[in-house]
Design a protein around this ligand. Structure first.
Ligand SMILES: Nc1ncnc2c1ncn2[C@@H]1O[C@H](COP(=O)(O)OP(=O)(O)OP(=O)(O)O)[C@@H](O)[C@H]1O
Length: 991
């Protein structure tokens, strides 16, 4: 190549477009998402840029490759949502239109197996792929101008020959087989295309014939796919004949088609014959490269030679990531990978040749595939590569390689080499390509050629006859003129018809233009709407993408959760096993326990029977006890009734006792008053005696009678004083008696101690007088009362039972003030509750009222009376209990013996004093007491003897004398008045 040629090539390269490389990413299919193949490793940056994120991997040298993020640029990227129609419009529509201008195109799909190459090329009935849409576009462009005569037949990429010169038997046979059901399509030359239904975009003065060939490269063999099924097994490998100017596949069946349906049927027929098999990754994996060659021959009426253009659509077999198959499949895989490798190498070399000065040899011949593609790589056609991307994360490395290749191919520029084609002289028709401009051909051209050939024959005959004669030339000229005239007239008629047609077409076009304007307006509005919708669509797509990403994340999480679930299930299984073992052991234990339980149940039943028996016995016993209780209750009622009765009686006794006590107190008071009076009287008496002695002394001197009387009396006194010293007077005697009395009173035990059996035996109920006080004169004398003999006996009984006595102690007279309830509630424990009658007593006399249960229930203990005398005496001995009575008598006697003014009276009184003295000296003064006083027991112990005794002894006269004397004596008078007052008081108190 000289300098000029290289410069031209460089200029061409700069002006020429590069390879069109498209990426189409298929959506996830099957269970790919479930397998976690979506990991967002592919990122579409925009329409032309894509990025791949490679996870860390281990290469052959066991080195961990880091995460890499690779960006690539291609012509256009189509995502998962791209439809087949959209893809066709973007990829193949323009090339399809350009083949009508004579351009040759190669479209091949590249990619991993199962990446959607076949789907992209062929599609489905409902969603046709690029090939059906390409055919549809071609036939729409052809319109009604299909060449029914099929004048030329293509031979290889660059050549064509008239059909008249070739054998079409094979094509006819295949058509007959393919369209056996449609007889109208059988006769090949006479087929008339009816394209009224299809939109007609053709140019009127051109006629088109379309030829389709369909073959596969299987294990580096070229195998025709448009053969009858019976010949499939016997089909032979076709020979590829190739030089610098042409590439011809010898004996390749090329079938002319006259409408879209025929084309589709033929494609479908050939596709059915294609080699496919099931692989690990694809149910119907292509095991060969399928190539469809659509040839368009355009015959223009005004052009001398027809033009021919091709579009090669190639569905390459998938690049296998691993050679995992065996035998035939392994061979297929190896051949596929080799051919694809060669294809990529060719592109790489071409790309390198663009920049390097040293041009490397492109390895076209390394595979049949690249040999067939060679015309396109050397500039006789343009190439489109559609790379299908498998989005699975498993094949991300292969996908990355494919993208890398795509980016490289996209930068590869192939300079068109059509000038060379024009200069070549393989076949005449080939040289007349589209660069020479349109030339009318068609039927008229063919007839013209036939006429010309006839003329040539005539001329040759004339020449043979006489080539140099004038007639020969005239004849020739005339003939030529006729022919020219005929041609001119034909041409004129043709032009007139054509003009008329064109007028109609113009009118039609004007109408169409108006409609087009309307449609344009509509289109604009629709475009706006479309833009809005596109925006919305984009937003929706973004949303969908986000959703998809979320979904992918969820799927990933789900897979992780599943893994966890599996682990958990595994753990659970192990636990279940353990549990089962435990359950078995527990069952054994349960059996043992059940046996024990049954045994215990039997025992329980026995025990229950015994319990029932015992219950019955208990019930009987209970019944018996109940009867007993009833009977005891009745007895208790009776006892209670008796008790109430006894209590009533006791209350009566208490009332009586209280009454007697009151009376006794009064008596005591009276007695004290009387004693006091007595002392006063004694004083007066002493005074009187002294006075009387004085008088007596005075009268002694006067009268011997008086002396004699005095002597008598003195003798009497002397008689009396034999016991006592003679100097002691009566008063001293009285004093002595008083002292004795007082001594007796002092010596009286004021307290009845329990230690003293006698004292306790004769304990008096309540009579208590503080006799041990120093001044006994100031105190009332105690009048002791003795109770009945019965009480004495009972007291004795108490003494025998100290416990009952101690219990009886709290029962004092003082308790009478208490309520019945308190009396009942009083505890039986010993408690001293002696209440003094008038003064606080140091010698309490206890009154004990006790219910003696040992005795008759109706009876109560009587009140025991303790006389508490100095000399313990039996209770019946009342002599000691009546000292006061003796004193009383002594006083009475004193008053009786009170000396009067007369001597007789004085003598009587002295006698009485004597008797009184005698009486006081008696050890048994009680004998002289009236029986009412001595009488024991008695309801009252009021010493009623005093007034009676006084009444008995005193005479009215003596009373008078005494009273007179008292009234005469102022001191005695006062004493009497006091006495009267004192005696009146008890009566008031009694009231
Ligand atoms: N764009 C798409 N939309 C929906 N499904 C698709 C798409 N692309 C591919 N497929 C589905 O993917 C599966 C594989 O597709 P296809 O057979 O075309 O892959 P391939 O690249 O031709 O594989 P091989 O190279 O092994 O022949 C098919 O079931 C197909 O329907």
């Amino acid at each position: 190549m000289n300098v000029t040629e290289s410069e031209i090539t460089t200029k061409h390269r700069e002006s020429s477009p590069a390879l069109n490389v498209y990426l189409r990413i298929r959506p996830f299919i099957g269970n790919e998402l479930e397998r976690g193949e979506s990991q967002n490793l592919i990122d579409i940056l925009d329409d032309k840029h894509i990025a791949v994120r490679l996870p860390p991997t281990i290469n052959n040298t066991l080195r961990v490759l880091p995460i890499s993020y690779n960006e690539y640029e291609v012509t256009r990227i189509f995502n998962q949502e791209c439809t087949q129609q959209e893809l066709f419009e973007q990829i193949l529509q323009e090339p399809t239109d350009e083949i009508f201008t004579g351009s040759n195109w190669l479209l091949c799909t590249l990619g991993l197996t199962n990446s959607g190459k076949t789907h992209t090329m062929f599609g489905t009935n409902d969603d046709p792929g690029l090939i059906p849409q390409c055919l549809q576009r071609i036939f729409r462009n052809v319109g009604s101008n299909i060449d029914a005569n099929v004048v030329f037949k293509p031979i290889g990429l660059e050549n064509m020959i008239p059909t008249i010169d070739c054998d079409l038997n094979m094509e006819v046979a295949v058509r007959n087989y393919i369209f056996k059901d449609d007889k109208s399509r059988l006769r090949l030359p006479s087929i008339i295309q009816r394209q009224n239904q299809v939109e007609d975009l053709s140019v009127e003065d051109e006629r088109y014939s379309i030829w389709i060939s369909f073959f596969e490269l299987y294990n580096e063999n070229i195998l025709d796919l448009l053969v009858q099924p019976k010949d499939m097994k016997t089909r032979k490998n076709l020979r590829l004949m190739q030089n610098d100017h042409s590439t011809i596949i010898k004996n390749l069946i090329q079938i002319p088609v006259f409408d879209l349906k025929e084309a589709e049927n033929i494609i479908r027929f050939g596709f059915a014959n294609r080699s496919t098999s099931k692989t690990n990754l694809n149910e119907a994996s292509s095991r060969s490269h399928a190539i469809i060659c659509i040839t368009l021959i355009t015959v223009n009426e005004f052009d001398e030679e027809p033009t021919m253009s091709h579009i090669y659509v190639c569905d390459l077999a998938g690049n296998e990531p691993s050679t995992s198959g065996i035998g035939k499949q392994l061979t297929e895989t190896c051949n596929i990978n080799t051919s694809l490798m060669t294809f990529k190498d060719c592109i790489r070399v071409l790309n390198e040749n663009q920049t390097s000065k040293k041009q490397m040899l492109v390895p076209y011949r390394n595979s049949v595939l690249t040999s067939i593609f060679r015309p396109f790589f050397i500039g006789r056609g343009r190439t489109i590569i559609c790379c299908n991307i498998n989005p699975c994360a498993t094949f991300i490395t292969q996908t990355n390689d494919l993208m890398k290749f795509s980016a490289l191919a996209q930068k590869t520029v192939i300079v068109p080499n059509e000038a060379k084609i024009a200069n070549s002289a393989v076949i005449r028709h080939q040289r007349k390509s589209k660069n020479k401009g349109p030339k009318r051909l068609g039927r008229h051209s063919v007839s013209k050629e036939k006429n010309m050939s006839r003329l040539d024959q005539t001329e040759s005959m004339n020449e043979i006859l006489n080539e140099k004669s004038i007639s020969y030339w005239k004849f020739c000229a005339k003939k030529a003129l006729d022919i020219l005239q005929k041609q001119a007239s034909n041409r004129r008629n043709f032009l007139i018809e054509r003009h008329q047609e064109r007028v109609q077409v113009v009118e039609y076009l004007l109408n169409q233009r108006e409609q087009l304007e309307i449609l344009t307006d509509d289109k604009q509005s629709l475009t706006k709407q479309n833009e809005i919708l596109s925006k919305n669509l984009r937003l929706e797509q973004d949303k969908q993408l986000r959703t998809q990403q979320q979904y992918n994340t969820l799927v990933l999480n789900e897979s992780q959760l599943r893994q966890k679930l599996l682990n958990v299930e595994k753990d659970q299984r192990e636990q279940n096993q353990l549990h089962q073992e435990e359950v078995q052991s527990l069952r054994k234990q349960l059996k043992v326990i059940q046996e024990q339980f049954e045994h215990l149940t039997d025992e329980h039943m026995k025990t229950m029977k015994e319990i029932e028996q015992t219950k019955q016995n208990e019930q009987e016993r209970e019944q018996y006890l109940h009867d007993e209780i009833q009977r005891l209750k009745r007895d208790l009622g009776l006892e209670l009734y008796r008790k109430q009765d006894a209590e009533k009686k006791a209350r009566m006794f208490e009332d009586k006792f209280h009454h007697e006590q009151t009376e006794y107190q009064k008596m005591q008071y009276d007695f004290a008053k009387i004693k006091h009076e007595l002392k006063t009287i004694q004083v007066k008496y002493d005074a009187l005696q002294q006075e009387m002695i004085d008088i007596h002394q005075n009268t002694k001197t006067r009268t011997p009678d008086v002396v004699q009387t005095f002597v008598d009396r003195t003798s009497t006194i002397t008689m009396t004083e034999e016991v006592e010293p003679p100097k002691t007077s009566v008063r001293s005697k009285r004093r002595t008696n008083d002292e004795n009395e007082n001594e007796q009173e002092i010596k009286k035990p004021k307290l009845i101690t329990r230690s003293s059996s006698n004292a306790s035996t004769y304990a008096t109920p309540r009579l208590c007088q503080p006799l041990d006080e120093p001044d006994s004169n100031k105190r009332p004398k105690v009048v002791m009362r003795n109770e009945s003999a019965v009480s004495t006996k009972q007291t004795k009984t108490k003494a025998q039972n100290p416990k009952s006595e101690s219990q009886a102690k709290p029962k004092t007279t003082g308790t009478r003030s208490r309520t019945k309830k308190e009396t009942k509630e009083s505890s039986p424990t010993p408690a001293l509750a002696s209440v003094p009658i008038q003064h606080e007593s140091h010698s309490p006399i206890y009154a004990t009222i006790q219910r003696d249960r040992s005795l008759d229930r109706a009876s109560f203990t009587t009140v025991a009376v303790d006389l508490s005398t100095v000399q313990p005496a039996p209770p019946n001995d009342v002599s000691n209990a009546t000292p006061k009575t003796s004193t009383f008598k002594r006083i009475q006697s004193f008053f009786r013996a009170t000396p009067t003014s007369t001597s007789s009276t004085r003598t009587n009184r002295v006698m009485q004093i004597k008797s009184t003295v005698v009486a006081f000296g008696s050890s048994t003064p009680t004998n002289r007491l009236p029986p009412s006083v001595v009488k024991i027991p008695g309801p009252t112990v009021v010493p009623t003897a005093t007034p009676s005794m006084t009444q008995k002894v005193s005479t009215p006269k003596s009373k008078y004398n005494l009273r007179t004397r008292l009234f005469n004596n102022p001191i005695a008078k006062e004493t009497v008045e006091k006495k009267t007052q004192i005696t009146k008081k008890p009566s008031r108190a009694r009231k």
